[in-house]
Design a protein around this ligand. Sequence first.
Ligand SMILES: *Cc1c(COP(=O)(O)O)cnc(C)c1O
Length: 233
Amino acid sequence: MRYGTIEPIKQIGEIAKKHDIYFHTDAVQAIGNVRIDVKDMNIDLLSMSGHKFYGPKGVGVLYVRKDINFLKIQNGGHQEKNKRAGTENVAGIVGIGKAIELAYKDFDNKINYLKELRDYYIKKVEENISDIKINGDMNNRLAGNINISFKEVDGGELLLKLDEKGICVSTGSACNSESQGASHVLTAIGLEPCYANGSVRVSLGKDNTKDEIDYFVDVLKECVYELRKNKSI
Ligand SMILES: *Cc1c(COP(=O)(O)O)cnc(C)c1O
């Protein structure tokens, strides 16, 4: 979901089930943004991470369907049902439990607000900056996640310039920030290299405002202009 596209999880789960294959979904981006019903969606295993939905860092959840056995990757830990070593992080677990409760409270209003901000950002970028491409599916997309490519711009350089102005965004995938060059996913979905190197992912949160987006797009416009100018010299 790193480009904001919501994949057809239920249908993928159906196919896996039909062929007797276990289905694990990395739902880290989806929690708090998409309603999930593991039974209805044919999900066997699902992972989530607390800090992606305003919960504590360092704690996550792996949902495992009751009758599934999996090989543990650490030895020891009888007190953890022999699945993992180490005593549980009680404060983290309580925190993530509360965070997920809050993540689905007032859900529709939150999602509608994020969509409004997202569409406002897209419209402003389209009006102010030329030669851009919006990545991912336009309809089935995550409310607060936008990935836009800027032609002939280096995403890493753009990131640094924005950071200097107090704006934190990401290029490519945060899990993969060490890797250089174009994202293999963007290349795989058919983006040309002159676009794929300049992709910026913006994650909006419930506390962001339209004023912040106005400031952001003003700065973005200036930075993209400068980087393109320097490149053409
Ligand atoms: C953030 C993220 C991860 C990594 O989770 P951490 O708990 O931050 O290590 C994995 N998958 C996706 C889709 C993510 O967005």
